[in-house]
Design a protein. Structure first.
Length: 646
């Protein structure tokens, strides 16, 4: 029996690529499902914020306990058996999660995700020398790690529905499970170090130093990625578009291969030091100098791939022997402490901040360098030579440079107006009266469009405090830009009886807040525009309802004359601002409404109810079917009256 577990009799040596496939499957499952797909699924099913935190806490505690337990089980069971259990368990939990709707069921799945993920990662890392033999261990691990990141960044998976992000990782895990049955010959006895590390790196002090270094890196990366995905201004500079996702995936792959190749040549610790420097520089630049994002985003991806490859490799780089931390315990403690605790600390910190504090970036950098010096005091000279000039120049130049003002100006220039408009939305208190959450109820969906799950990555959440006005989740596909501007400046002109105050001051000369707010409002609901159009096209008014033109005239005078004029001739007080021929309801033909002996009542009713996308014609979602029928009847009478006058 070895530290890695009982050895199974093996055959011919298919092991090398089994290890690569195992790494790909594990990382794809963790990144695509456990870290994001599962959270998106919880969000999609409408789980409340009160239940969300316990679910994630259960996953973290289960993962930590499972990682430590795996270190014990590996002395009792073959590593290959635990790997197969982990792969099947991961696949099963991903599939089961698709059928979860209640917080309790999600909590159970979160427990199983942590359980099987911890078991799988530790059993693979501890057994890596048997899974990948021969030369080029680092390069092959880099290939597996890079391929996993590349797959997860494919645009059709990165932005896929939560169900897809559950099924695909499950399929990948089952593929790896099938490949695990290929024969292999396990290595018996101790495996010498590769030369990437010294024996001192696997004794207690050296091991603790390595774990601390990875803890700082995982903590910093987890917090940074959570903030980037939550903040529109940062996400738009890194992973927002398909082109960016392709670029980031390719960068991940190349960087992981390079990291593995360098580790094979003894550059493990220098890579960790370089990684924390890359993370510090890229995150500082991304937050303060967004104009440099085309270069900073890939730099951040390079740092992630380097430390991820090193994280997988470390337990396998040294032998088991007297005075050394056993390989199985290296893997268990490294992934338990640096992996699960580091991720939990990073994601938890990100819930309360909108940026990565500079002090925290500096602290992570100091922690990694300090851990390196604790392991090897003689490296102080190397660190001083490598980083000393950079720090010295920075300290001397900092007071003389207008960093704050320059960075702010550059950031404002590079920011999309919608990002600034979101801040205006918050500053003006729009959240107090308008929600951005369409409940999955018939009335809500009928009025405001398709239901969206809450995006819990958004900070702050804009669900709304108390809905006193219309829901704005889909306002960008319900109201045209010029209508929005008029409404903000003088709400009662287009929404008679509205209690909303005027925001005309936002559009004063040299004040860009109004335009920015409009830009933000126009982004709300863009992704559901096609669904909204399809929904409205299916709506028909009850044929048994008969419209009363006289009552329709009263409704017209209350709600329509500001645009269409008193007799529907398109000469209302707002006509000059709108300047659209559709305002004239007395003309010979309506462009958007078929007609034979007058405008088609069904289509006319649909336009009255939902408006016309791309035009200032706003919908009257609050009107019931009788109101719509009455108003349609009156509009048809206006047309007939004009025809007789001709």
């Amino acid at each position: 029996m070895t530290d890695v577990g009982h050895q199974e009799p093996g055959g011919s040596g298919h092991a090398d690529w089994q290890g690569v496939v195992m790494i790909v499957a594990t990382y794809v499952y963790f990144l695509l499902f456990a870290q994001f797909g599962f959270l998106a699924l919880v969000d999609e099913r409408g789980i409340s914020l009160n239940d969300f935190t316990p679910i994630m806490a259960v996953m973290g505690m289960s993962g930590l306990a499972s990682s430590l337990l795996a270190g014990v089980l590996l002395s009792l069971q073959p590593a290959r058996r635990l790997q197969r259990i982990g792969l099947v368990g991961c696949a099963a939990t991903a599939i089961v999660s698709v059928y979860c709707y209640h917080p309790i069921s999600f909590m159970l799945v979160a427990f199983l995700v942590g359980l099987f993920t911890g078991l799988l990662t530790v059993s693979i890392a501890a057994d890596l020398r048997n899974l990948i033999r021969g030369r080029g261990l680092g390069l092959k691990v880099g290939l597996g790690t890079g391929l996993a990141y590349f797959i997860c960044n494919l645009p059709f998976l990165f932005a896929a529905e939560p169900v897809v992000r559950a099924i695909v990782p499950a399929a990948v895990c089952m593929g790896a499970w099938a490949i695990s049955f290929l024969p292999r010959r396990d290595t018996v006895g101790h495996t010498p170090a590769t030369g990437a590390l010294r024996m001192s790196d696997f004794r207690l002090l050296g091991f603790v130093a390595v774990v601390v270094s990875f803890l700082a890196l995982v903590w910093l990366d987890s917090a940074a990625f959570a903030v980037i995905q939550r903040m529109l201004s940062l996400k738009g500079l890194t992973w927002e578009t398909p082109a960016q996702q392709w670029a980031m995936g390719s960068t991940h792959l190349l960087a992981a291969l390079l990291a593995g190749w360098l580790i094979d040549r003894g550059r493990f610790h220098s890579l960790l030091q370089s990684t924390v420097l890359l993370l510090a520089v890229s995150l500082a630049m991304l937050q303060h100098h967004p104009a440099a994002a085309p270069f900073v985003g890939p730099l951040y991806a390079i740092a992630i791939s380097i430390y991820s490859t090193a994280l997988v490799l470390y337990p396998a780089l040294g032998p088991d022997g007297p005075g050394l931390v056993p390989r199985r315990l290296r893997a268990a403690l490294l992934y338990g402490v640096a992996g699960w605790i580091g991720s939990a600390l990073g994601v938890g910190m990100a819930q309360n901040v909108d940026t990565i504090p500079t002090l925290f970036i500096v602290a992570a950098f100091v922690l990694v360098c300090g851990a390196t010096m604790a392991r090897n005091p003689g490296c102080l000279r190397t660190l001083a030579c490598a980083y000393g000039p950079v720090v010295a120049i920075g300290l001397l130049a900092w007071p003389a440079l207008p960093i704050e003002g320059w960075a702010k100006k550059r950031a404002e220039t590079a920011e999309h107006p919608a990002v600034r408009g979101r801040r205006v939305y918050l500053q003006e208190g729009c959240i107090n009266c308008h929600s951005q959450y369409i409940r999955p109820q018939q009335r809500d969906v009928a009025w405001w469009g398709p239901h969206h799950p809450i995006d819990r990555n958004e900070r702050p959440l804009l669900i709304g405090n108390r809905r006193q006005g219309p829901d704005l989740a889909n306002v960008g596909n319900r109201r045209e830009l010029i209508w929005q501007q008029i409404h903000l400046a003088e709400p009662a002109l287009v929404s008679p009886g509205s209690r909303m105050p005027s925001y005309r001051h936002l559009f004063e000369k040299d004040d860009s807040r109004g335009e920015n707010l409009l830009a933000y409002l126009q982004t709300l609901g863009l992704e559901s525009q096609a669904d909204r159009i399809g929904q409205t096209m299916q709506w028909i008014i009850d044929p048994q309802i008969v419209g009363a033109s006289a009552r329709g005239k009263d409704l017209f005078e209350q709600s329509c004359v500001s645009c269409h004029g008193q007799i529907g001739a398109g000469d209302g007080p707002l006509a000059e601002q709108l300047n659209r021929p559709g305002l004239n309801l007395r003309k010979e033909r309506f462009f958007y409404v078929p007609q034979s002996e007058g405008p088609d009542l069904q289509v006319l009713a649909r336009v009255i109810k939902f408006g016309l996308p791309g035009t200032p014609m706003a919908g009257h979602e609050y009107f019931n079917d009788q109101d719509v029928a009455d108003l349609a009847a009156y509009v048809q009478d206006l047309w007939l009256e004009a025809k007789h006058e001709q």
